[in-house]
Design a binder for this molecule. Structure first.
Ligand SMILES: [Zn+2]
Length: 213
């Protein structure tokens, strides 16, 4: 029975991986699985790979045992991407279903797959369908695996605070459309991050003013 984490190198999945990796050992490493898919765009993939490389070095220095695997998906959806299923925040809603099924091959009977979906993710719109699809795929493969969502009731603010505490925040990559190796500051994840960092700043200032910090 082992731990596996779906890992992009972004803030949510990196926090989940760090949390699981703390319990890892040479005999019981954490499996970190990344998916390379055309939907990600090559620039984003390159930046995520750089982030993951740095993070893996840090994890190693901290004595964590992480085995990293990449699943490369060469599927090409037909039709207009605008007609794909999206959440209100613009996340692809069909993506979790096929991501989960690709992992089944990597998992052993009894493994636990941890995912970094948090409170405001679109995942929860269809979560029961994703979970059922995953469980059916496991059943077909003759495996019993568990899905875990450790950030289910976490806000983005809490995630960022925790990553900062763990000294991992600056190593993560979240931007969808990198511009010459720098975040674009315009895409949805960049906007989210800017808003969250602003909220954290404001909250800290208030706490300080109240003398609680
Ligand atoms: Zn961006």
């Amino acid at each position: 029975m082992g731990d596996a984490v779906l890992w992009s190198g972004g803030s949510d999945s990196t926090l989940v991986l760090a949390q699981r990796a703390k319990h890892s050992s040479r005999d019981n490493p954490v499996l970190a699985i990344s998916v390379k898919h055309q939907e990600l765009g090559n620039d984003k993939w390159v930046m995520e790979q750089k982030a993951r490389k740095k993070l893996l070095e840090v994890f190693k220095k901290r004595g964590y045992y992480v085995k990293h695997y990449i699943i490369e998906v060469r599927a090409y959806e037909s039709g207009n991407p605008k007609n794909w299923l999206f959440s209100r925040r613009g996340e692809s809603l069909y993506q979790p279903a096929w991501w989960l099924c690709y992992f089944v091959d990597f998992l052993k009977d009894g493994d636990k797959l941890h995912l970094g979906y948090h409170l405001s993710d679109g995942f929860w719109v269809l979560n029961q369908h994703y979970i059922d699809t995953f469980q059916s795929a496991c059943k077909l493969m003759g495996k019993k695996c568990e899905l875990h969502f450790p950030l289910k009731i976490w806000t983005k603010q809490k995630i960022i605070r925790e990553l900062k505490k763990e000294k991992l925040f600056n190593l993560c990559w979240t931007c969808e459309r990198p511009q010459q190796g720098k975040p674009c500051e315009r895409c949805e994840p960049c906007n989210d991050l800017r808003i969250t960092l602003g909220e954290i700043k404001r909250e800290d200032r208030l706490l300080k003013a109240k003398g609680k910090n």
